[in-house]
Write a protein that binds this ligand. Structure first.
Ligand SMILES: [Zn+2]
Ligand SMILES: [Zn+2]
Length: 371
C-alpha cells in the first residue's frame, strides 16, 4: 500500500533535511511507546517515513516511485529483514546488544541522539551525558561586516566552569578519595528494561563521572558539579564573505558540563542587515546609479559609491538605461577562496519631470531635431 511519508511526518514536500529531522524528532518523542499516550504502530510508521525521507538518495527514489519502492523485495535497503534495517549501526551507536527485533525498520543515524532520553534516562542519575549543552545564539551584522569580516562580542548567560574549584568539583585544598560507587573503575553496569527488551550496558559512573575519584568535600559554590550558571563574554570572529542564514560553530563554547566532560558547542546564526545602497548576489554586490538622459546620451564620468569609498566610473556615450557596468574587486570577499567579487552598477536613466521653462524650451528644440 502506498504511504505518504511526508504527511506521516507532517512536513511539506519541499521540506529541508533539517525540517524533516526536527519534525521526526518531535513526533517520535510524542509517539514513543514508552511514553504515556505513546503508540507503537505510529512510532514504527514514523521511523519508516524518516528512514526514507531522512536519506537524500532514498528520498529522491521515493519522490519518483513512492513508498512501493521500499516495500519488501523491491531491492532497496540494506538487505536482511524488511526494508533494510541496519542493526549493526543501531547497536553500535546506542550501545545496546542485539536482540530480537530484526524485522523492525530501523536505520537511523542519529538514533542515539534522538532516543537518548528513552534509552539512557530511565533514572535521571543514570542519564549519560557526554558533553555540556549545545547552545544557539544569533548575531546581526551589517553588510560591511559580512563583506570584510568582523569581530563581535557576545554576552551569554549559560553554564560556565565554576571558578571556585576550577571545574574539578572539589572544595580547594580537600583530600580526593577513590569513588565508592565504582570502586575507582569509573564504570558501572546498568540493566534496563525497555520497549525492546532488557539491556545491559556499561556506562560512566554517575557519582564520579567516570573519573574514579571523588573529593572529600564538594565545592561549596557549585556543589561538586564543576559548573554553575553565569555570564560569559565570547569573542566571535565573523569571517569575511559570510551570508545571512549561515551558522558559525564555536566548538566548546556551549554550556560547561560536569567535571570530566567536555563543554557543548555554540552555534551562532548570522543575520545580515539590508544595506540602503547595495544588494548582495553571491560574491557580487549590486547597486543602481541614476544618471540624466543627457549624460547617458553624451557619455560622462560619474562617482559611484562602493563599500571601499567612491570610485569613478566612465559612462560611454549612448548608454541605454539598464546597462550594467562591472567594477572589479569591489564586491564581497570570497569566503572559500581568494579575492573579491565585483560591484555591478546598473545605470538608471532618469527622465526629468517638473521642467523649468528654459529646460522645456531646450527639450522642444531637441524634439525638433528628432531626439
Ligand atoms: Zn565548584
Ligand atoms: Zn565512581
Amino acid at each position: 500500500m502506498a504511504k505518504d511519508y511526508y504527511s506521516i511526518l507532517g512536513v511539506a514536500k519541499t521540506a529541508t533535511p533539517e525540517e524533516i529531522k526536527s519534525a521526526f524528532r518531535k513526533k517520535a518523542h510524542q509517539h514513543h511507546p514508552d511514553k504515556s499516550g505513546g503508540n507503537a504502530e505510529k512510532f514504527k510508521e514514523l521511523n519508516e517515513a524518516y528512514q526514507v525521507l531522512g536519506n537524500p538518495e532514498k528520498r529522491k527514489t521515493y519522490d519518483q516511485f513512492g513508498s512501493e519502492a521500499f516495500s519488501q523485495g523491491a531491492g532497496f535497503g540494506a538487505g536482511g529483514g524488511q526494508g533494510g534495517f541496519n542493526w549493526s549501526d543501531f547497536s553500535r551507536q546506542s550501545g545496546f546488544g542485539a536482540s530480537g527485533f530484526r524485522n523492525q525498520d530501523f536505520n537511523i543515524s542519529d538514533l542515539g541522539e534522538i532516543f537518548g532520553d528513552f534509552f539512557g534516562g530511565g533514572r535521571s542519575s543514570t542519564r549519560q551525558r557526554t558533553h555540556g549543552e549545545d547552545l544557539e545564539a544569533g548575531i546581526t551584522i551589517s553588510l560591511q561586516d559580512a563583506v570584510f569580516g568582523a569581530e563581535k562580542v557576545l554576552e551569554l548567560t549559560k553554564e560556565i566552569t565554576c571558578d571556585h574549584c576550577q571545574g574539578n568539583g572539589a572544595e580547594p585544598g580537600v583530600k580526593i578519595n577513590t569513588c565508592k560507587t565504582c570502586k575507582g573503575s569509573g564504570q558501572v553496569t546498568i540493566s534496563q528494561a525497555t520497549f525492546f527488551g532488557n539491556f545491559r550496558s556499561v556506562a560512566a559512573c554517575p557519582d564520579c563521572n567516570g573519573e574514579g575519584q571523588v573529593p572529600e568535600k564538594k565545592c561549596i559554590v557549585c556543589g561538586g558539579r564543576g559548573f554553575k550558571r553565569g555570564v560569559e563574554t565570547i569573542k566571535v570572529k565573523v569571517p569575511a564573505g559570510i551570508s545571512s542564514g549561515e551558522t558559525l560553530k564555536l566548538s566548546g563554547k556551549g554550556g560547561a558540563a560536569e567535571r570530566g566532560l567536555r563543554p557543548g558547542d555554540l552555534y551562532i546564526n548570522i543575520k545580515v542587515l539590508p544595506h540602503p545602497l547595495f544588494k548582495r548576489s553571491g560574491d557580487n554586490l549590486l547597486t543602481v546609479k541614476n544618471i540624466s538622459f543627457s549624460r547617458a546620451a553624451l557619455g560622462d564620468k560619474v562617482d559611484v559609491e562602493t563599500l571601499d569609498g567612491q570610485v569613478s566610473l566612465k559612462i560611454p556615450a549612448g548608454t541605454p538605461g539598464g546597462q550594467q557596468f562591472s567594477i572589479k574587486g569591489k564586491g564581497v570577499v570570497k569566503l572559500h577562496g581568494h579575492g573579491r567579487g565585483d560591484l555591478l552598477v546598473e545605470v538608471k536613466v532618469i527622465i526629468p519631470n517638473n521642467l523649468s521653462r528654459s529646460q522645456k524650451k531646450l527639450l522642444e528644440d531637441l524634439a525638433k531635431e528628432g531626439l
